[in-house]
Design a binder for this molecule. Structure first.
Ligand code: ATP
Ligand code: MN
Ligand code: MN
Length: 307
């Protein structure tokens, strides 16, 4: 058990050294002053917290070899010369295809740092069961001119609608512009059913509050509204991992929050590579405590609509 082993008191700096970091002084986030080694230290320090979201899941990476101001590659496949600490896996639906990527331990994560993977984007399913998602992510994308309070209200409404369907919602900042509401699933339903469920929820919100929400990508309709982006919930799609930094100025981190923490004072970029470790050290309880235990199956027959 990777998580337990890492939390059993091994000093984080020790295992981190098993993967060689070349150019540790390379600057990844210039204005935040975070280097490659700084990113490695961040990950080593929060390893037990990020591990459940990135181990044993297919991963896409946002690689930025010269930092956030240079070229960025969104990469889903293993590459030539990839660290041996990173694991190649074959999609169960495409066993002859190009191998995908996952990590199993902190060495794997350090391999990702060495590869300049500034962002880590897992599937909502595990490599133990590729075809039955174990979580859904409702991605709330505010259009131009939407106030932060409206994004918070949208997240709360998503949580309520999930609860009406017997699902527990957990909220995190995206580290970008919005919020993500994540619900643990018992991996029973297939991708088609999970996508249909999340589309139903998004469509219902847009139908009930057309002035506030849209559920289709069309740019024209988004101004002043929040896109309830359910399209993360398709086979092969990803959403940024909890505790992954973002390759954007400020080095914000996608940060799990307690629902009671959601207020105007905590914007989507409030928590960063620089302050998340201190936040975690100061918190009494994990804001997402009980996440896995709360997993329930989706009821495919019912729509997300109210009343
Ligand atoms: P924000 O709050 O700014 O919306 P976000 O992470 O939710 O941050 P989105 O653009 O809403 O960003 O979601 C995009 C998601 O789609 C990413 O999190 C990522 O997992 C996935 N994705 C798919 N293709 C790409 C790509 N080419 N580049 C970046 N992300 C991609
Ligand atoms: Mn988003
Ligand atoms: Mn989106």
């Amino acid at each position: 058990d990777i998580v337990r082993e890492a939390s059993a008191g091994r000093a984080p700096a020790e295992p981190r050294r098993r993967v060689a970091l070349t150019h540790p002084d390379r600057i990844y986030w210039p204005e935040a002053g975070i280097t490659k080694e700084g990113l490695a230290d961040y990950h080593a320090g929060i390893w037990t917290r990020i591990a459940p979201w990135i181990t044993g899941r297919p991963l896409a990476l946002l690689r930025c070899p010269t930092g956030i101001t240079g070229q960025k590659f969104f990469q889903k496949h293993a590459w030539k010369g990839m660290s041996r600490a990173i694991t190649r896996i074959h999609d169960s639906a495409d066993p002859q295809g190009e191998p995908l990527i996952t990590v199993e331990d902190l060495d794997g994560l350090m391999g990702l740092v060495q590869a300049a993977a500034l962002e880590i984007h897992p599937w909502g399913a595990t490599t133990a069961d590729w075809d039955h998602p174990d979580m859904i992510t409702m991605d709330l994308d505010p259009g131009e001119g939407v106030e932060w309070g409206a994004v918070i209200r949208a997240a709360v409404e998503v949580r309520e609608r999930l609860a009406e369907q017997g699902l527990a919602g957990f909220v995190k900042t995206s580290g970008g512009k919005g919020l993500h509401v994540v619900a643990p699933l018992r991996p029973r339903a297939d991708w088609a059913a999970v996508k249909a469920f999340t589309k139903g929820l998004a469509d219902a919100m847009a139908a009930d509050s057309p002035a506030r929400y849209v559920s289709t990508i069309s740019k024209a309709k988004r101004r002043g509204r929040i896109l309830i982006d359910y399209l993360r919930n398709q086979r092969g799609q990803t959403a940024v991992a909890a505790f992954s930094p973002r390759a954007r100025p400020g080095a914000a981190v996608s940060t799990p929050l307690g629902w009671e923490e959601l207020d105007e004072g905590i914007g989507p970029t409030r928590f960063t590579v620089a302050n998340v470790p201190a936040r975690l050290a100061a918190l009494r309880a994990d804001p997402w405590e009980g996440f896995r235990e709360a997993a329930a199956p989706i009821k495919a027959a019912r729509k997300g609509r109210r009343g």
